[in-house]
Structures are given as structure tokens and as C-alpha cells.
Design a protein around this ligand. Sequence first.
Ligand SMILES: Cc1cc2nc3c(=O)[nH]c(=O)nc-3n(C[C@H](O)[C@H](O)[C@H](O)COP(=O)(O)OP(=O)(O)OC[C@H]3O[C@@H](n4cnc5c(N)ncnc54)[C@H](O)[C@@H]3O)c2cc1C
Ligand SMILES: *[C@@H]1O[C@H](CO)[C@@H](O)[C@H](O)[C@H]1NC(C)=O
Ligand SMILES: *[C@@H]1O[C@H](CO)[C@@H](O)[C@H](O)[C@H]1NC(C)=O
Ligand SMILES: *[C@@H]1O[C@H](CO)[C@@H](O)[C@H](O)[C@H]1NC(C)=O
Ligand SMILES: *[C@@H]1O[C@H](CO)[C@@H](O)[C@H](O)[C@H]1NC(C)=O
Ligand SMILES: *[C@@H]1O[C@H](CO)[C@@H](O)[C@H](O)[C@H]1NC(C)=O
Ligand SMILES: *[C@@H]1O[C@H](CO)[C@@H](O)[C@H](O)[C@H]1NC(C)=O
Length: 525
Amino acid sequence: MVTLDSILLFVLFFLPYIVTSRDVTNLYGLCLSNESDNQPHNNIIHTVWSKNYKSILESSIHNARFNNSNVPKPYYIIVPQNKEQVRGAMICCKKIGFESRIRSGGHDYEGLSFISYKPYCLIDLSSLRKIDIDVEEKTAWVEAGATIGELYYNIGNKSRTLGFPAGTCPSVGVGGHISGGGQGPLMRKHGLAADNVLDATIINVNGTIFDRRGMGEDLFWAIRGGGAASFGVVLSWKLQLVEVPPVVTLFTVARTQEEGATKLVKKWQKLVMEFPKELFLRININPKKDSLGRPSILASFNSLYLGKKSHLRRLMRKKFPELKLKSKDCEEMSWINSTIRIDSYRKDSRIEDLLERNKEKKLTFYKTKSDYVTKPLSEKALQGLWDVFKSTGDGLLILTPHGGKMSEILDDAIPFPHRKGVLYNLQYFALWHHLNLTVEKIKFDWVNGVYDYMGKFVSSPRTAYLNTRDLELGRTLIGNEKYSQAQSWGEMYFKRNFEKLARVKYSVDPTNYFRNEQSIPPLAP
Ligand SMILES: Cc1cc2nc3c(=O)[nH]c(=O)nc-3n(C[C@H](O)[C@H](O)[C@H](O)COP(=O)(O)OP(=O)(O)OC[C@H]3O[C@@H](n4cnc5c(N)ncnc54)[C@H](O)[C@@H]3O)c2cc1C
Ligand SMILES: *[C@@H]1O[C@H](CO)[C@@H](O)[C@H](O)[C@H]1NC(C)=O
Ligand SMILES: *[C@@H]1O[C@H](CO)[C@@H](O)[C@H](O)[C@H]1NC(C)=O
Ligand SMILES: *[C@@H]1O[C@H](CO)[C@@H](O)[C@H](O)[C@H]1NC(C)=O
Ligand SMILES: *[C@@H]1O[C@H](CO)[C@@H](O)[C@H](O)[C@H]1NC(C)=O
Ligand SMILES: *[C@@H]1O[C@H](CO)[C@@H](O)[C@H](O)[C@H]1NC(C)=O
Ligand SMILES: *[C@@H]1O[C@H](CO)[C@@H](O)[C@H](O)[C@H]1NC(C)=O
């Protein structure tokens, strides 16, 4: 019987021929057609000359910034159908001296899951997406290539009163999302996605597959928030599901600067720590012209409340009467329905929309950055922020509240360190809609201007959220190897956990095979 390993070794053997010849498709055709006689392994390896190369590559590119011919492309794209093939792909790419970039949902804000400046394979896990829900045990095993939308859908399909705390965008992959933290509407009640992982399976640099017991507690710690890309290939997660009430309530209330948005945001900052864990109330800030056509802002207060509308209204009347929440602003629904609504804001969205892996509403280019705010901004500081912010026609700020469970979990429980003392996470988005380097430069300058302005108002030392990957943090070197250089961004993402991550890295991947522009460097004891 022909195994994948032998197929890949066969390919490997012919590599000098492959890389110097345009006849590669024939070679693959020969190799793979033989194999398909025996088992369904055909069509898992693609090169630029293969028919599906472009469509597979683009299938989970979400940021148009990385969707053009100037961006480096993988020599091979491998789409494994099972874990043995993932293993074979990784081992083979390593043997030929290629990097392996691992892609689950492809949402990395800097495209690190599918772009490298060295020769590389893209191992795309989108076919590994089995989800097993155990309602009795309240757990789920989820393969890395599944999306959080698919996870939510499968939970909702089995139970109306179970949920999982993860992000709002359904097409985000569990591979990257959970290994980088995973914040969303249930975090004040239940913490991050990474806080709710019970077990995992991973392939290490030697191709051995381990579960939690086999990998040991240090590696299990590292991959829950430290970014798995530095440590191996996560195949699956075992998750602790959480209980959700049968009825939850959503609202979105938007106020312009003229309608008192600044005072509302100021007050919100004070309330964040006081609100019960059941209330998640985030703010999206968009630019908007005022009634006289001058640039202004619109603050949208967007909420999920784990309970009924009547309770929510009582709570808001008591704590936040200034928002003037009305009954008609609130809508009761099941938790599963809320997962799609909080993303789309559309009444006509359907639960099945959770399964759309690559439905992009519009072609968007974006650059994001993040901060953690630990002291409320004054009204004057907020006014100043609006002033630098509204100079662009298209940008977005998202203020995601912490508090609740987030403040209770210790800073070093997992690598994600932004816990007690954090009021909210701040995410800056520059958005644009055409490939135009002049526009791109203007947008980068703009978002950096907003970020610079905020420097004196945010946590000190300044920090950032790994899942809002930002290659401009500190000085980023391609394939960074030096601990001292990586400290600049590493300590922003992980604070004091960075050193432990680097030691774990040394113990599992001392030669630094699993690396990218912001991977953890190995630190010898
Ligand atoms: C539109 C959009 C909305 C978002 N919304 C939220 C949100 O609500 N909350 C939030 O916390 N974050 C959010 N994010 C950020 C998101 O959580 C991160 O980008 C996350 O890393 C994406 O995971 P992925 O699998 O889709 O990405 P990928 O690009 O596939 O991977 C991201 C990183 O993880 C590595 N990786 C992926 N899979 C594996 C694996 N199986 N084993 C080892 N390494 C792996 C990749 O190599 C890469 O370094 C959003 C991002 C976007 C673009
Ligand atoms: C594939 O099949 C062809 C034709 O049967 C044969 O010539 C070739 O040696 C086979 N290659 C492998 C790797 O088995
Ligand atoms: C990527 O580019 C292709 C055209 O090459 C286009 O069809 C696709 O919509 C683009 N996707 C994104 C997310 O920009
Ligand atoms: C569960 O999913 C199956 C298959 O997609 C579907 O037929 C069924 O209606 C769903 N059930 C619920 C309760 O959502
Ligand atoms: C959930 O959404 C579906 C449409 O996808 C709708 O038919 C159903 O009534 C909603 N249920 C609840 C409880 O919100
Ligand atoms: C790019 O954008 C700039 C600024 O908006 C504009 O002047 C220029 O014409 C654009 N270039 C192209 C090629 O569209
Ligand atoms: C990988 O294999 C090498 C060589 O056999 C061995 O020295 C090393 O300890 C292994 N590493 C891990 C992390 O298992």
C-alpha cells in the first residue's frame, strides 16, 4: 500500500527536478494518480501550475491587502484530509528545507498563516473540521480547521442552553483564534476561548502527535494564548462548553457627537467594572458627518445580555439612564441566533449564515492595531481622539469591555496576560477599498497617528492583543531569532509570560523550525 509518507518522499526525491522544471503538474499527476488508485489522497498537493492553486490560496484570504500578485506565494499548498496527512506534509516540507505556514481560518491580520518571504509550504487545514459535541459532558472536540461559526452552529444544533465563549466573526478559524486568546461577548461571564480549553492534540517538530498528557503542561499552557504557530500544528481542541440562558437580549443604540456620544463613552468607561458579568456592552466608533456636514463620529453601543429584556431594561435604567435605552431597541432571542446577529446586525440573517466560511460582504483592505486601557479617558482626551480619528472617511474603533471573569483569572494562568486592571481593549481599524499604494500609505499614516495620539492614555508599558497581530510593534525581523529583539513586541503581547513562552519554545523546538515574523524565539535555560 502506498502511504502518504512514501508519496511525499517520492515527491521529495524528485524535488531538484520539480523546482527546475515547469513540468511539475505532470509529475504530480503521475504521483497522485497512482496514489488515488489506493486511497483518497489525490488533489491534496497544489503548485502554481495546478488548476485549483489560486482558488484554494484565495479561499480564506479575508484582507484584500494580501490578495495580489506582489504578495509572496507558497511553492506548495497542501490541503490534508486527515491528521496523518498533516503530519506527512509538515515533515516533508521540513525535509526539503521549506518553512510550513499553517492556516486554519486565514484571519491573521498580517497574513502570517499564508505569507512568507522564504520558500514555504502552505498547509491549509480547512478540510479538518469535524466537530463532536457531547451535551451530557458539556464538552466539544473541534478540529483546528473548523470556524467558530461552525462550532456555534453545531452547539446550537444540539442544545439551546449551551454555548462557547469566542469571537464575533463566524469565519474566524478555531486554530488561530483559540491559540491566540479569543475574545467575544461571553468573556465577561466565562473568560476567553483559550480559558475554556480542556485538552488538545498537536504535532510537534518531529512529527509526533500528542494530547495534553503527552505534550505536558508547559506546552499545553503555551498554546492557549501564546499562538500555536511557534510550537507545532494544533490538530484539535477539547473545549468546555458553558451554560447560556434560553433567552438572551441584544441591542444596538447609536449616538452622534451632537447627541452626547462623548459623555456616554466617558460614563461607559466607569460602568465597565460595575456591570454584572451577564452584560457585555461594547462600543464601535465610526466616522459620520454631523447635521451641518462637518466630520463627526457615531458611537454604537452594541450589547449582548444573558437574560431577559425586562431585566436588562431595569439594569440600564438604574446604571446607565443617559443611554435612553428603549424597549424597541431590545430584541430577545436564543443565544445561537445572537451569534449571527451580533456579527451581521441584520434582522434577515439566518443561523445557516454561521457556516459561510468565506462570504465577504465587500472587498476590504485593512490594517489594525490594539491597546489596553486601564484608566478612563477624560472628556477632553476623548474629544482629542475623535479629532484625530475623524480625519479619515473610513475607519473604525472597537472598545471591548473587560471586567467580570476577565479580572478574576490570574495574569499567568495562560500566556494571555491582560487581566485585572484592564478596563477595555481598544482596536483601531484603517479601512480602504482599492489597491492603491498612495491610499495605503495615507491609511497607515492615519492609523499610526491615532495610535500615537493614544500613547499617553493607555496602559503603561504599552500592551497589545496577539490576535490583533501587528507587525509594526517593536522591531520585527523576518524569521527573528534573537530573544532580545523579540522582547519588544513579545512583552507587549505577553508581558512577563513572554520569557516562559521562550523557554517552552526551546524545549519543544530548539532549532526554531516553527517560525514567522512574530514567533516566539527559543531561549535556552
Ligand atoms: C474579520 C475578523 C474578525 C475578527 N474577530 C475577532 C473577535 O471577535 N475576537 C477575537 O479575539 N479575534 C478576532 N479576530 C482575530 C482572530 O481571532 C485572529 O486573527 C486569529 O488568529 C484567526 O484565526 P484563524 O485560524 O482564522 O487564522 P489563521 O490566519 O489561519 O492563523 C492565525 C495564526 O495562527 C496560526 N495557526 C492557525 N492554525 C494553526 C494551527 N492549527 N496550529 C498552529 N498554528 C496555527 C497561523 O499560522 C497564524 O500564525 C478577527 C479577525 C478578523 C480578520
Ligand atoms: C505510477 O504509475 C506509473 C504507470 O503505471 C508507473 O510507471 C510509475 O512508476 C508509478 N509511480 C509510482 C510512484 O508508483
Ligand atoms: C481576491 O482576488 C480575487 C481575484 O483575483 C477576487 O475574486 C477575490 O474576491 C479577492 N478576495 C478578497 C478577499 O479580496
Ligand atoms: C441540526 O442539523 C441538521 C442537519 O443540518 C438539521 O436537519 C436539523 O434541523 C438541525 N436541528 C436543529 C435543532 O437545529
Ligand atoms: C432564530 O432564527 C431563526 C432564523 O434563522 C428563526 O426562525 C427563529 O425563530 C429564531 N429563534 C429565536 C428563539 O430567536
Ligand atoms: C491612488 O490614490 C490617489 C489618492 O487618492 C489618487 O490621486 C491616485 O490617482 C490613485 N491612483 C490610482 C492608480 O488609482
Ligand atoms: C526530535 O528528534 C530529535 C532527534 O531524534 C531529538 O533529539 C529531539 O529531542 C526530538 N525533539 C522533540 C521535541 O521530541
